[in-house]
Design a protein around this ligand. Structure first.
Ligand SMILES: *[C@@H]1O[C@H](CO)[C@@H](O)[C@H](O)[C@H]1NC(C)=O
Ligand SMILES: *[C@@H]1O[C@H](CO)[C@@H](O)[C@H](O)[C@H]1NC(C)=O
Ligand SMILES: *[C@@H]1O[C@H](CO)[C@@H](O)[C@H](O)[C@H]1NC(C)=O
Ligand SMILES: *[C@@H]1O[C@H](CO)[C@@H](O)[C@H](O)[C@H]1NC(C)=O
Ligand SMILES: *[C@@H]1O[C@H](CO)[C@@H](O)[C@H](O)[C@H]1NC(C)=O
Ligand SMILES: *[C@@H]1O[C@H](CO)[C@@H](O)[C@H](O)[C@H]1NC(C)=O
Ligand SMILES: *[C@@H]1O[C@H](CO)[C@@H](O)[C@H](O)[C@H]1NC(C)=O
Length: 592
């Protein structure tokens, strides 16, 4: 259950009813001064620890999100359960009772990550990793008890669990065998699913299993894909993307006339980042072949260059799009998480599709965000002279959506990049805002305090490349710098960075940033690069937070347009909304 108030055990009925009302009122308020880091429109449970998104889906018009949830506190615990919430719009979420808890020999030590597959008869099933009696990782199935219930409130585990156990084939070890993907159906009528794994000598594996009936699974002798020296592959995701257009493709789709490619995403435990490659699925041999030049390791492109891990997509067959969720961890010490009583957010849901070039994925906040938009501020053709910092007035800068496009005229004046500067994160960290290099820095300062004691800067630098083999003369660097984000030095304030593959000589350089109290989610170059940061300002809180556009570079920069919106708070897992966790329930919890 979402919340057990242990300190209240043994209180009288009267008092517990009173407490129940009190708790509900407290949580309905997003302006709680003791909770400056709770978000207004990012998914989070009312309290406690959350990590990976699990089994996202749409069923009978209702969106479902499950998540790794520790009901006992604000730090991770092995005995994790499947939290569950439902939504009509992916914005407002109603809490449901956890889908399942550790209960069988095959998951008694934890219900870890997994995915939903919608069977051809429309029935959803969950494959998830259980930690069994022997602390071995195994794969289990759970099915809805009542498929007429669009909220899928009750799930039942099969007595045939576990369906897959580590068997030594491919050198799989019981500690490295987890996170089943959504399964897909071959023309031969057999289901396929991959499980993340690695061998003793750090070969990362997408282990392939096949089944006719979804219960009796046989491991293929060959994995779907592997890569040496990459370590454990967590939370693999394998899905088709359309070669043209931004529509999503159903996971089992074969496409027509080679109009799809496939994407393999893995979460590398050794770096805690999500990497993807684009390639082809060879159905003859049941192997995935990345396109030339893509290597499925730490040099592959990332879904996000900040805090973002264990992500998962699903196909929304109503709006014909594929949607990505990712876990956004805290950057604060565990003691602070315990004090605030919660840890972990989900990224704002992102539509994801293949760029025209076929060389990278694009991501963009789902359009439903517009339903939260309130006051709007617009700028057109404003010049940001060298050394200027202009405040964007009139919106709630701590809870906002900002979109800006820049134009830089005298590109040829950009510095040539040092040949040794190949690591964008390193350039962003060594050349902070006080350093003019490349043509920049220019961009946004968000969650800024009035005296600029605190701010988070998201900005660009443009360099000239002297590599004549590159098809563009310029390199665009995007940074998200947290070094001044908080006066509290105990937080992880590492700077993030990435190169944005656009040509600023004929493409507009755009930046969209979603600001939500303690999270800053930025989309550079129309969604080519995403960087998510967690920040914990002590002064730039609520009404005291400010937003600026700045240029500290060497050339003036034109803001072709800037639109900024105040965003309203969504109703996210507010217990007072739940028809299922009522006073009676709280009472029995408190009494138990
Ligand atoms: C645990 O290990 C024992 C001994 O190796 C084995 O007999 C048993 O089946 C295992 N239990 C589970 C739940 O896998
Ligand atoms: C199944 O769900 C439907 C729709 O919510 C409900 O009308 C029905 O009573 C449920 N059946 C059972 C056995 O609970
Ligand atoms: C499970 O599937 C395998 C491979 O198709 C088959 O050989 C085996 O007989 C099946 N087992 C059961 C219990 O159905
Ligand atoms: C990825 O693999 C390529 C090709 O084997 C190798 O050159 C590169 O160093 C690897 N990068 C990382 C970060 O592992
Ligand atoms: C989560 O954040 C904490 C605090 O910064 C860090 O110690 C931990 O390694 C992070 N874990 C993951 C999986 O990102
Ligand atoms: C690129 O620039 C560096 C100095 O910044 C220089 O040493 C190098 O020779 C240049 N390379 C080419 C191909 O012009
Ligand atoms: C930039 O880094 C230098 C050296 O670490 C430091 O003294 C300076 O305060 C930093 N400036 C900003 C704006 O962060």
């Amino acid at each position: 259950m979402a919340k057990v108030h242990r300190s209240n055990i043994g209180l009288s009925l009267l008092l517990s009813l009173f407490l129940c009302n009190f708790i509900i009122r407290l949580e309905a308020s997003h302006q709680d001064l003791n909770q400056p880091y709770r978000t207004g429109y990012h998914f989070q449970p009312p309290s406690n620890w959350m990590n990976d998104p699990n089994g996202p889906m749409i069923y009978k018009g209702i969106y479902h999100l499950f998540y790794q949830y520790n009901p006992y506190g604000a730090v991770w615990d092995v005995r994790i359960v499947w939290g569950h919430s439902t939504s009509l719009d992916l914005i407002n979420w109603t809490p449901q009772p956890p889908a399942f808890n550790p209960s069988q020999p095959s998951d008694i030590n934890g219900c870890w990550s997994g995915s939903v597959t919608i069977l051809p008869n429309g029935k959803p099933v969950i494959l998830y990793t259980g930690i069994d009696k022997n602390k071995s990782q195994v794969q289990n199935i759970a099915v809805p008890v009542n498929i007429s219930d669009p909220y899928l409130r009750e799930w039942s585990k099969s007595s045939r669990n576990p369906l897959m156990a580590p068997n030594g084939v491919n050198g799989i070890n019981p500690d490295r065998f987890r996170d089943p993907t959504t399964a897909w159906l071959g023309r031969d009528g057999e289901w396929r699913v991959i499980i993340g794994s690695s061998t003793e000598d750090r070969r990362g594996l997408a282990v392939l299993y096949k089944s006719r009936d979804f219960f009796n699974w046989t491991q293929s002798t060959k994995p779907l894909h592997y890569e040496d020296l990459t370590g454990m592959w967590e939370c693999p995701d394998f899905f088709p993307v359309a070669i043209t257009g931004s529509n999503g493709v159903e996971t089992s789709s074969f496409g027509e006339n080679n109009d799809i490619k496939h994407v393999l995403k893995v979460s590398l435990i050794e770096t805690l980042h999500d990497y993807y490659t684009i390639g082809s699925y060879d159905r003859e041999n049941d192997v995935y072949v990345p396109d030339l030049g893509f290597v499925q390791n730490g040099s592959a492109p990332r879904l996000d260059y900040g805090k973002f891990y264990a992500s998962k997509t699903f196909y929304d067959d109503v709006k014909k799009r594929r949607i990505l969720w990712g876990w956004v961890n805290e950057s604060s010490p565990a003691k602070d998480d315990i004090k605030k009583g919660w840890s972990g957010l989900q990224s704002f849901p992102r539509k994801i599709w293949l760029e025209e070039s076929g060389k990278q994925l694009l991501q963009w906040p789902i359009e439903e965000i517009e339903t939260l938009r309130g006051r709007q501020v617009n700028w057109h053709n404003k010049v940001l002279k060298v050394g200027t910092k202009l405040q964007v007035h009139g919106i709630t800068a701590a809870q906002a959506d900002v979109e800006v496009s820049f134009k830089v005229k005298e590109l040829e004046k950009a510095d040539v990049i040092e040949p040794s500067w190949t690591d964008p994160e390193k350039i962003c960290s060594q050349d902070n805002l006080s350093v003019k290099s490349g043509l920049g820095p220019f961009g946004l300062m968000v969650l800024a305090s009035s005296g600029m004691e605190e701010y988070t800067s998201v900005y660009f630098r443009i360099f000239k490349s002297n590599d004549t083999n590159k098809n563009t003369k310029y390199l665009v660097l995007m940074c998200s710098d947290q070094s001044r984000s908080s006066l509290n030095d105990e937080n992880d304030k590492r700077t993030f960075g990435a190169f944005v593959a656009i040509d600023p000589s004929h493409q507009t350089l755009s930046l969209r940033t979603l600001i939500d109290h303690s999270i800053v989610e930025s989309y550079g170059g129309g969604g080519r690069v995403c960087i998510t940061s967690r920040v914990y300002p002590t002064l730039a809180i609520g009404e005291n937070a400010k937003l600026f556009a700045f240029n500290k570079g060497t050339q003036s920069v034109d803001v072709l347009s800037l639109s900024a919106w105040s965003l309203k708070s969504a109703l996210i897992n507010d217990e007072s909304m739940s028809p299922f966790i009522e006073c009676e329930d709280s009472h029995s919890l408190i009494q138990s």
